[in-house]
Design a protein around this ligand. Structure first.
Ligand code: C5P
Length: 409
């Protein structure tokens, strides 16, 4: 696993915990795995392990403050240099600073300047670890897209036994190794995803909508991001959120708003995955005030919304890949093929409402995929997949996308 770290530039940030003594072997293990390591330390960390030890091991000067007698230490440059930043050990105090953007030392300043994936391995006593403020700070850091390396359970420096031990250096190295062995396949790619329903207003309180949850689109966004893509998720009204802070979420309500946002993002996108359940019609006029129930019947004239997929299909460049979805209650394969052509998709993902567990609101889905280059003459080869979790389905779809991207080269 650790070979994935070969040539990687890693910032090892050490804060003031007794577990800091383990940072020496962590540094050695990274270097053994082929990584280049630069170390930054808080003043408190220097009380537990000497910067000289780390500079000797890393063969780079160790930075302990934003400025020193030699001048100003460039935290921005260091932040941009790195492929990964690992905070190990991360104390409760430093965790709190990072979660709240308090950059009063070199470690926090580098953290705020880093554009690379950030990993943190907390170390503290059991009660500090379980305190709600610590747990909230952990969640906050995760919500920014930082990766938690879980604490271990065992004997602590205080003599207490419980959770709070820093993960062992070997576990930290393999955590990063695993991350880099699976996340790079879409790096440099921009993926636009539309997801969720749209709400088309009737009056100030009512709308026409549908039961889409946005789960499939969110799973796709997280999978593409995990593989290193820059992801723009244009999300209709949905209760979903993500802990992956690298995903840019643009929340919209109506089909028209979704179209406007998708059009802009598509200009720089390599891939568009149109997973939204867009309303096909909207009320022609929106009542200014709440409609009263005066008559026994009430008719609303509906007009067509923009077909986002078809519009993007019209301006699609040869280098771009568009993926569509079809949710059919009858004649699935025939309808899917017609949509594939009409909307200029590279492939279409068909999910049938007839399969139990597939489609709206469920956590599982059963899909089949039809490629544009597999036409009727070739026997319309549908690729069938098993019923799986939407997370696993997202992996299958992104695998399929990678095959298409390879062919485009
Ligand atoms: O025609 P139908 O709605 O079944 O097509 C489904 C596909 O087209 C999906 O990929 C969906 O996201 C996309 N679509 C769209 N804009 C619409 C309607 C559908 O992008 N107005």
């Amino acid at each position: 696993m650790s070979s994935a770290l070969n040539g990687k530039k890693i910032i090892l940030s050490i804060t003031g915990s007794i577990a800091a003594y383990k940072a020496a072997s962590l540094c050695r293990l990274f270097i053994k795995a082929g990584a280049e390591v630069k170390v930054v330390m808080t003043k408190a960390a220097c009380g537990f392990i000497s910067p000289l030890t780390l500079s000797t091991l890393s063969q780079h000067p160790v930075q302990t403050s934003v400025s020193s007698e030699e001048g100003w230490n460039n935290h921005v440059e260091l932040g941009l240099w790195a492929d990964a930043m690992i905070l190990a050990p991360l104390t409760a105090t430093s965790l709190g600073k990072l979660a709240n953007g308090i950059a009063d030392n070199m470690v926090a300043a580098v953290y705020l300047s880093a554009r690379c994936p950030v990993f943190f391995a907390p170390a503290m006593d059991v009660d500090m670890w379980h305190h709600p403020s610590t747990q909230q700070n952990v969640k906050k850091l995760q919500s920014y897209g930082n990766h938690l390396i879980p604490v271990g359970h065992g004997e602590l420096a205080s003599g207490l036994v419980g959770e709070g031990r820093m993960a062992e250096p070997e576990a930290i190295v393999s955590f990063l190794g695993e991350f880099f062995s699976t996340t790079q396949s879409l790096s440099g790619r921009h993926v636009l995803i539309t997801a969720g329903p749209t709400y088309e207003p009737i009056d100030p309180v009512r709308f026409i909508g549908n039961r889409s949850s946005g789960k499939m689109g969110m799973a796709l966004a997280e999978e593409a991001s995990r593989r290193g893509a820059k992801v723009t998720l244009v999300l209709g009204p949905s209760a979903l959120s993500t802990t992956d802070g690298r995903i840019e979420i643009q929340r919209v309500e109506t089909a028209q708003e979704m179209f406007e946002a998708a059009k802009v993002a598509y200009k720089s996108a390599d891939v568009a995955i149109l997973a939204a359940a867009v309303a096909d019609y909207r009320p022609g006029t929106v009542a200014e005030h709440k409609i009263k129930k005066h008559s026994d019947t009430y008719a609303i004239e509906l007009v067509k919304t923009p077909d986002i997929a078809a519009e993007l299909g019209k301006v699609k460049k040869n280098s771009q890949v568009n993926i569509g979805f079809a949710l059919e209650t009858q004649d699935g394969p025939t309808n899917a093929e017609a949509k594939l052509k009409k909307k200029n998709f590279d492939f279409i993902v068909l999910n049938s409402l007839q399969d139990p567990g597939a489609g709206f609101q469920h956590d599982t889905n059963k899909i089949s995929i039809l490629h544009a280059n597999s036409t009727a003459e070739q026997g319309n080869k549908m690729k069938e997949f098993e019923l799986k979790s939407k997370v696993a389905v997202a992996k299958d779809i992104v695998d399929e996308l990678e095959l298409v991207l390879k062919d485009k080269k």
